[in-house]
Each structure stands twice: as structure tokens, then as C-alpha cells.
Design a protein around this ligand. Structure first.
Ligand SMILES: CC(=O)N[C@H]1[C@@H](OP(=O)(O)O)O[C@H](CO)[C@@H](O)[C@@H]1O
Ligand SMILES: [Mg+2]
Length: 539
């Protein structure tokens, strides 16, 4: 095995002078400098699986919403969670070893540190999105996995959430927690059936247009639709931007990131006022909704809106089922959540809100502590998770009347409809449709639940973003010294002001967020804070 590892690593030498970091979303950069990283990730995946007694570990090759020439890779834990933080550090170290001998030495060090039996079985599931570089990078991972003697299941093209689903299914197969059949068909059958049951014969108003960012979500959605009830009985879906033949069109002028960042529909959109639309990102783990109102003004319904909609609906169902005393719902957000959304959840829905640092893993961990944890990043990344006790309560509860029975049945179907392993744009979009159908709401009614505070997100380029250190779920800076005080002064000058700055985990930049009572004040505040960040970053 040792020689095979050295050979595999030497076959994909690391470019000189580059430092790789396993960040918020794994390794992510230009695809042409990733070969060496992918081979080493193969080795780490095999080690991780062996450290967990041969449980299946996932490797997803994707760069999500990044441009077509980028790519990346993330590792998935046995139940579909993001990689454990300790192993993120090991992955970073492994990616930065200079050559085959150093990699081999480090491989053996990890094995001895974690008492990993290198002869034990290692099982790894791989999949990729539709980027042109994906096939080559898959070859690099395969070389690493083969050298480490891992058993490999290659699912070809999958959305990121589908890969997470496969990993969870494979690891729970045959147990009482069996999550589903580990195949694409199994995925479509599970979510398709749950959608039908959850609708309870109700129909969302009008059709839904889904923009697939010209990514892997397109063909997978087309497949999923075959498993949904016929459109005459349930939902009519129009699939747009599903061109995967031209990978250079991925995320270009379309997709969730384009819509959220530019606060407008993709230029190619042909929908009219009131038409309900949503956009997925390149690997289909993010979704945002939007529509044009009667005055033809673009209206965004982002992750905050999905969280509030879903939390209010699940709250209603829990109450109607007679379970309000035993099941508590909470919402988890990041500092990027609009202040109006936070206020709506706390004061109107009367639910608890937790705030965590950016990155799904933080939200997921916080949500795991709740009976029902609804977590969404404002950009549309999120899901709902149910604790083991809650699942048990809902499974065993005997309804006392037909009303309770109905609500209970909806709750059970929602549990199946919501991808418990990770945020899933396809499953989230169907969930939103179910809620709108039950509430008989149009997007306008959904939007009217509260009014977003005007806000602005800016990116500031600095020479060293690592000097920007934060506390209080990234809402306050502890370094550079004095900067937070200056920000506080600017915030105090505007009405309903809030602003914070933090180093991005995925880009070489500091992000500045600001919100205030009016658009002018929010923009002004963002600009002033960005200026302060720039000064502090250049001194
Ligand atoms: C403000 C923002 O949208 N940040 C994104 C972005 O993280 P940054 O650390 O801000 O670069 O990418 C993450 C991974 O996709 C996502 O989880 C997060 O929400
Ligand atoms: Mg994504």
C-alpha cells in the first residue's frame, strides 16, 4: 500500500507555492490546481472511513455557485453531516504536504494518532456536479482511494444533497433508523411520495418555474418530476436553465447566488407578474424564491423567508396535532438574517432564535439541540431537523380526534419530505409548495408576513483577512483593535442600524453587512463600515 500511495501522489504533483485550506465548503478554487488535492482527499476519506469502522464516507466534487472554471471537494460524514472539524484540519495539512513521501508519512501519523487499523475496510461514496473538470478530478480521487485500498461506489452525477442522502442511506440500511434506499430511484420515490402525502389533496396556486443554474439540479429535477403526482392534480413545474450540455453556462446570469446577490431575476426569465419562481445553485443545495409584483417590482423570498414560513407551518401542525406541550420548535439563523425576520420569529411566531457563525455545519449543530430545528442561511441554504425523541413522539402519538390525525399525518409526511441529512434545494422547494398549498397563500401573501429591513452586503479586499477576528457569532470584531468601536459609532448614527464585518471562509475578502430603516441609510452605513475595514486592513 505504501508504494501505491507514494505513486498516486507523485502522479498528481502539487503546484508550487499554493496553500490549500479546507474551508466552510471544503476545498474550493480554480479546477486546474486541484488534482493533487483530490488525490489526497481520497486518502483522507479512506482514513476517515477506517476510523469509523468502515462506515461509508462521502466525497462530493463540486464548487456549488462558483464560476464554471472553479471546482472543489467536500467530505461527508456517515449520517450526511459535514466533515468533523478535527478532520478538516487533517485534510488541510494533508493537502499541503510537498510530495509522496511526506504524504505517506502523514498518512501513517494520522493512522497511529487515531489508532486506525490500516487493514480494516474503508468505504467511500463519490459523486460530482456537471463541471467540465469533474471527470478529471474524479480520476484523481479514484487514484487516492485505490492506493489506500478503499471500496468505492461511484454514483456519477448527483446533486450535493443526493450524495448526502446516499451516504446516510448506506450507513443506516437494515437498521431501525434506515433512511431510504441508497439509489437515485430511491431518492425520487421517497421525496415524490412524501410530497403527495403532505399535500393532502390541496394544490398550490399557479405554477412554479424552477431555474436550475444550468447545473446538476436540472436533470435531477426533470427525473424527480416523473415521481410527483400529475400536474393536473398537484403542481405544474416549468424547468428553466437546465442546460448541462454547455458546462460553461453554469451559474452564469442565473441560479440562486445570482438572484440573491443581484436582487433580480435571471435576465432570461420570461415570467410575468405574480408568477412564482425559484432558483437553485450549481449543486442544488440552495434555493431562493421570488416573483414580480403587480407593479413589476422584483420581490425576493430568501432563506429567512423559507425559515419563517416553514417554522410557522410546523408550529401550526404541532399545535393542531395536540403536541405543543411536548415538542418545541426553534429557528437557527446567522448574523446575515434580516433583523425583521428575527423579530418576526421571536415576537410574532413566539419561537426561540439562535444565532451561529456562518456555515451550514454551525447551524446544523445548533439545530440538533432542538426538538425541531429550522435552520436556513439567508442565501437559501438550509433544512429542518427533528431530534430522535421528537421523531419517536410523532411516530407513537395516538391522535384524539380527526383534526389531530390530519395534522399528525401532515407532520409525518413533512419529516419524509425534508432531507434530514443536509439542506436540499429540491426537497426545500417542494416543502415550500406544500406550505403555500395548505395556507392557500400566493407569494404576495407570503411576502406580506413582515417587511425586510433594507440591507447591503459588500466585499472588501484587504491584504490579510486573517487579522479580522470575531466573537458573538461573528457579530462583533475583537481584532483589529479599535475597529469595532468605530463601527459602533457609525451604526448609532442610523435608524434601526446593524452592521458587522467578518473574513469570508470561501473567498479572499472581508464581508461587510449593513441594514437600516431606509435603503439610503443601509447603503451609507455599509459604505462607511467598508471604508473603516479597508483602512484597518491596510495599516
Ligand atoms: C454571506 C454568505 O452568503 N456567505 C456564504 C459563503 O460563506 P463565506 O464564509 O461568507 O464566504 O459561502 C458559504 C458556503 O457556501 C455559505 O455557507 C455562506 O452562507
Ligand atoms: Mg451549493
Amino acid at each position: 500500500m505504501s508504494k501505491a500511495i507514494v505513486d498516486a501522489v507523485q502522479k498528481h504533483p502539487a503546484p508550487e507555492g499554493l496553500k490549500y485550506i479546507y474551508g466552510t465548503a471544503g476545498f474550493r478554487t480554480k479546477a486546474d490546481v486541484l488534482d493533487s488535492v483530490l488525490t489526497r482527499v481520497g486518502l483522507v476519506a479512506a482514513l476517515r472511513s477506517r476510523s469509523l469502522k468502515g462506515k461509508w464516507i462521502g466525497v462530493m466534487i463540486t464548487a456549488s455557485h462558483n464560476p464554471p472554471e472553479d471546482n472543489g471537494v467536500k467530505l461527508v460524514e456517515p449520517l450526511g453531516n459535514m466533515l468533523q472539524e478535527e478532520w478538516e484540519v487533517l485534510s488541510t495539512d494533508m493537502a499541503n504536504k510537498a510530495n509522496g513521501d511526506e504524504v505517506l508519512q502523514y498518512y501513517n501519523e494520522i493512522a497511529s494518532k487515531y489508532k486506525i487499523d490500516l487493514d480494516a475496510p474503508a468505504r467511500v461514496v463519490v459523486a460530482r456536479d456537471t463541471r467540465a473538470s469533474g471527470a478529471r478530478l474524479l480520476g484523481c480521487v479514484q487514484d487516492g482511494l485505490k492506493a489506500a485500498g478503499a471500496e468505492v461506489k461511484d454514483y456519477g452525477f448527483l446533486t450535493t444533497p443526493q450524495l448526502h442522502y446516499m451516504v446516510r442511506c448506506l450507513n443506516t440500511e437494515g437498521t431501525k433508523d434506515a433512511y431510504g434506499t441508497p439509489s437515485e430511484k430511491g431518492y425520487y420515490e421517497k421525496f415524490g411520495a412524501a410530497f403527495k402525502t403532505a399535500l393532502k389533496g390541496k394544490r398550490p396556486q399557479g405554477s412554479l418555474t424552477i431555474d436550475c443554474a444550468n447545473g446538476v439540479g436540472g436533470p435531477k429535477l426533470v427525473e424527480l418530476i416523473k415521481y410527483l403526482p400529475p400536474k393536473e392534480e398537484a403542481l405544474e413545474i416549468h424547468v428553466v436553465n437546465d442546460n448541462v450540455i454547455k458546462p460553461e453556462s453554469l451559474n452564469v446570469d442565473c441560479g440562486a447566488d445570482f438572484v440573491k446577490t443581484n436582487q433580480r431575476a435571471p435576465p432570461s426569465s420570461k415570467t410575468g407578474p405574480g408568477d412564482r419562481c425559484c432558483s437553485l445553485d450549481g449543486d442544488a443545495d440552495r434555493v431562493v424564491f421570488y416573483f414580480k409584483d403587480q407593479a413589476n417590482v422584483f420581490r425576493l423570498l430568501d432563506g429567512d423567508r423559507i425559515a419563517t414560513l416553514v417554522a410557522s407551518f410546523l408550529g401550526d401542525q404541532v399545535r393542531l396535532a395536540g403536541l405543543a406541550d411536548s415538542i418545541k420548535i426553534g429557528v437557527v439563523q446567522t448574523a446575515y438574517a434580516n433583523g425583521a425576520a428575527t423579530q418576526y420569529v421571536e415576537q410574532h411566531l413566539k419561537l426561540k432564535v439562535d444565532c451561529t457563525p456562518t456555515g451550514v455545519k454551525h447551524l446544523h449543530h445548533a439545530a440538533e439541540k432542538l426538538d425541531i430545528g429550522v435552520y436556513f442561511e439567508a442565501n437559501g441554504h438550509g433544512t429542518v431537523i427533528f431530534s430522535a425523541d421528537t421523531l419517536d413522539t410523532i411516530a407513537k402519538y395516538e391522535p384524539k380526534n380527526p383534526g389531530q390525525a390530519e395534522a399528525l399525518s401532515v407532520l409525518r409526511a413533512c419529516i419524509d419530505l425534508i432531507n434530514q441529512s443536509v439542506g436540499d434545494a429540491l426537497s426545500d422547494a417542494l416543502l415550500v409548495e406544500v406550505v403555500l398549498a395548505h395556507k392557500s397563500w400566493t407569494t404576495q401573501e407570503w411576502l406580506s408576513t413582515y417587511t425586510d429591513l433594507p440591507n447591503r452586503l459588500l466585499k472588501v479586499l484587504v491584504s490579510d483577512r486573517t487579522i479580522f477576528k470575531t466573537t458573538d457569532a461573528e457579530r462583533r470584531l475583537t481584532s483589529p483593535e479599535g475597529l469595532q468601536k468605530q463601527i459602533d459609532v457609525e451604526v448609532s448614527k442610523v435608524r434601526q442600524g446593524r452592521s458587522f464585518a467578518r473574513a469570508s471562509g470561501t473567498e479572499d475578502a472581508v464581508r461587510v453587512y449593513a441594514e437600516a430603516a431606509t435603503k439610503a441609510e443601509a447603503e451609507d452605513l455599509a459604505r462607511k463600515v467598508a471604508e473603516l475595514v479597508k483602512q484597518a486592513g491596510s495599516s
